[in-house]
Design a binder for this molecule. Structure first.
Ligand code: ZN
Length: 321
């Protein structure tokens, strides 16, 4: 059974692997280098191209100065850190330092560990433009009981630390500060109100055993009710492709073998968190919690750090494009 907003039945749009790969290569050849190498070498899920260079990787992951992120321009003044961004003891540059200084990233940890106890609240319908949908869902879990909400909270915190080290202002949509939720419309609104330069919603899937790998979900063109994604479709695809390419490189994981035709990319018009966003935003399903090989990765702290690094490198590449 699937609980996740992002894997409820969706109207799928057939994607051409060749078309997408070529288009991606034309748009962001550097970010996709790892991906193409993975495809060319027939890399495995467990080995793969980890360690291979890719443009857009963080300075720490690349010894080539030409591949390091560009410093932000003078038009990017430092923004004051919000309370949410000012955790003590977190190593990061002083305000104004780092390639992402003045840039705001919102991280949305999918679900909430407390949603299980608040079914009435999370089942309340909210408007997502195209229709009405449940406020939030419980998320899925591995057979051992490791929950998607626990996974997303951990990866989100790792990602925040990495982005702060690059100087970004980072906001999480929630963090042990509420009993349930937020609702999917509020999750989108948090990114919008923050004026985020990029938003990533982090998830893990709950598909059938044997279905493996990650995929990044991009917003479809939606203009309905309060939803209008016309201005974010293109930059969100750019963001998603860069994240996918870097995720392959840092984790060595293969793109999904059950969605996206091997591209690791999916496009959906049924997710409130994407439909209602006015800033570039993607979802990532990091793996399948119901598959024994994937859950072994998802429960590994080392792998989660690699996953967060791939996301950070993809976001950094996008913000310095
Ligand atoms: Zn989810």
């Amino acid at each position: 059974m699937s609980y996740d907003e992002s894997h409820l039945p969706a109207r799928r749009r057939p994607l051409s692997r060749l078309t997408l790969t070529l288009a991606a290569a034309a748009l962001v050849p550097g970010a996709f280098a790892g991906w193409l190498i993975w495809q060319a070498t027939g890399g495995s899920d467990d080995g793969g191209p980890a360690g291979l260079p890719a443009q857009g990787a963080s300075a720490s992951a690349s010894a080539d100065p030409s591949q390091q992120p560009r410093p932000s321009g003078p038009e990017s003044p430092s923004k004051p850190a919000s309370g949410d961004d000012a955790a003590p003891g977190d190593a990061r540059p002083a305000p104004g330092d780092g390639p992402l200084a003045g840039r705001t990233v919102v991280i949305d940890p999918g679900h909430n560990p407390g949603n299980f106890k608040h079914t009435a609240e999370i089942n309340k319908l909210v408007d997502i433009g195209t229709n009405r949908k449940e406020c939030d869902t419980t998320g899925t879990s591995g057979n051992s009981g490791y929950t998607e909400a626990e996974f997303t909270a951990d990866v989100s915190q790792r990602l925040r630390t990495l982005l702060r080290k690059e100087g970004a202002t980072v906001k999480l949509t929630h963090e042990n500060d509420r009993a349930w939720g937020p609702c999917i419309d509020e999750r989108a609104e948090i990114g919008n109100k923050a004026g985020a330069d990029a938003v990533i919603s982090i998830h893990a899937d709950g598909s059938a055993a044997g279905n493996r790998g990650f995929h990044v979900i991009l917003p479809a063109l939606v203009k309905s009710g309060g939803a209008d994604t016309s201005k974010i479709v293109a930059p969100s695809r750019d963001l998603g492709e860069r994240i996918a390419g870097n995720f392959v490189r840092t984790t060595g994981s293969a793109p999904s073998n059950y969605l996206g035709g091997g591209t690791g990319l999916d496009v959906r018009d049924d997710l409130g968190g994407l439909n209602l966003s006015t800033v570039p935003k993607v979802f990532i399903e990091c793996g399948n919690m119901r598959d024994t090989k994937d859950i072994a990765l998802l429960t590994s702290a080392d792998w989660r750090q690699k996953a967060a690094q791939g996301m950070a490198d993809g976001i950094s590449s996008f913000l310095n494009r």
